[in-house]
Write a protein that binds this ligand. Structure first.
Ligand SMILES: [Zn+2]
Length: 435
């Protein structure tokens, strides 16, 4: 539903009328929190108020149409205040021009829909009088961006409390730009809200090393929601819908999608979550021929730590990048033969040894995605037969690839994948519309 159609519809507010009651029992409840001066004034005003008995009305529900407590009312005078630490609603009302009897009645009426002890510092009070020095018309307490509690007083002195829910509409906003020095700084400078920027950085923490990978010419695009109330006022920012980062000539788009059986997550165009693990077997159709740990070296003939795992496979079998990353080494040495190292995010590095040859385009600094073919199985270096020797290092130390624990990623399939494709198309059309 668009914002315009919301504006056209008439908001309906249900008003719960409650009986306003005054009494010494109630006063006693509120006295402990009040400051001494208040206590004196309170006693005087309450006594005066008790001379004119409050009207007692039966509880009933009235439906009013086109009622908006924040619309301009002729001859009105408005005071706003923020509740501070230790403030009670009662104290807040006294400090903002209400007499003790009015304040008590407001609090008592307020209580019928919301416990005033649940108010927290930062809640906003909006107090409306019928002109400066005139009688009270309304006290509205904003509990959050969408909910407020309103206590109104009509011309005959009847108080009514209601809970007012502002319906918010979402409007997408698209921001794009170049990454100058950091994604963080550039996105903020382009007007992307900080929470959204932080979310983007979290999403890319499996793809991008923000300390080292960001270069001149990299770009970003983000689509997120902004929330508006019925009057068209901006209230707050909503969720991230789409984000794309172009780094080193590769684009990394992610689309928001909620699988029917899970939480909202972000998926690449193929339906794979942004979260992903390193591959445990980066070579197709291979069998594990030697595990991680101490073993007798087949050629050197002494016991040592085998700091990787071996997969036996025919010469020429493609070797895959275990995760997204950047080539940090490609070359030959006596032990590893032709080998490649890939630097990944979060302190991980993988090494692929004994290759017969490299895939086309492999040079230091080349960016790979998980599953890209980087080379082919061989038996170069210190090797007894065709196999891939695969190592995973974390913060400079070899670890057993079989025991790496990452939060599980997810790949959408079947019905979920076709639902995702529909949503992806919708988001792509939205991006086009907004650009
Ligand atoms: Zn090995």
């Amino acid at each position: 539903m668009s914002r315009r159609s919301f504006l056209a519809s008439k908001p309906v507010v249900t008003v719960l009328t409650v009986s306003a009651m005054l009494g010494m029992v109630f006063v006693a409840v509120f006295l402990p929190g009040a400051i001494p001066e208040t206590r004196v004034r309170l006693r005087v005003d309450t006594d005066k108020a008790l001379e004119s008995p409050a009207r007692i009305l039966p509880d009933k529900v009235i439906e009013l149409t086109e009622f908006d407590p924040h619309d301009p009312i002729p001859r009105r005078f408005v005071r706003t205040a923020i509740l501070r630490r230790g403030d009670s609603l009662f104290a807040g009302l006294l400090a903002n021009g209400l007499g003790a009897s009015d304040a008590l009645t407001v609090v008592r009426t307020f209580e019928s829909v919301y416990d005033p002890r649940r108010l927290v510092p930062g809640n906003e009070l909006i107090i409306t009088f019928a002109g400066e020095g005139g009688p009270l018309r309304e006290v509205s307490v904003r509990l959050g961006s969408t909910t407020s509690i309103s206590v109104t007083r009509d011309a005959t002195g009847v108080y009514a409390a209601s809970r007012v829910e502002r319906r918010l509409t979402r409007e997408p906003r698209r921001v794009s730009g170049n990454v100058a020095n950091s994604l963080y700084g550039s996105a903020l400078a382009a007007g992307v809200p900080i929470n959204t920027v932080v979310r983007m950085i979290q999403l890319y923490s499996f793809d991008i090393d923000f300390q080292r990978d960001i270069r001149q010419g990299d770009f970003f695009e983000v689509v997120y929601e902004r929330l508006y109330d019925e009057a068209g006022n901006y209230v707050r920012d909503g969720e991230l819908v789409f984000v794309e980062l172009g780094v080193g000539g590769r684009a990394y788009p992610y689309y928001r999608f909620k699988p029917s059986d899970g939480e909202t997550d972000f998926f690449d165009p193929d339906g794979t979550t942004a979260r992903k693990s390193l591959l445990k077997t980066p070579v197709d159709g291979a069998r594990l021929s030697s595990g991680f740990g101490m073993r007798m070296h087949p050629i050197l003939g002494f016991s040592h730590l085998h700091q990787g795992v071996d997969f036996a496979a025919p010469v020429g079998t493609p070797i895959l990048a275990a995760g997204d990353g950047v080539l940090s080494f490609i070359g030959y040495d006596r032990i590893n033969g032709n080998h490649i190292r890939i630097r990944h995010v979060n302190g991980y590095m993988t090494l692929y040894a004994h290759m017969s040859s490299y895939a086309r385009g492999m040079t230091v600094g080349h960016r790979v995605r998980q599953g890209d073919v980087i080379g082919f199985v061989g038996s170069t270096g210190l090797s007894t037969g065709p196999h891939l020797h695969y190592e995973v290092h974390h913060n400079g130390r070899p670890i057993n690839p079989a025991t790496i624990e990452f939060p599980p990623g997810r790949v959408l399939e079947h019905d979920e994948l076709s639902r995702f494709r529909t949503e992806r198309l919708r988001i792509d059309l939205l991006r086009e519309e907004l650009s």
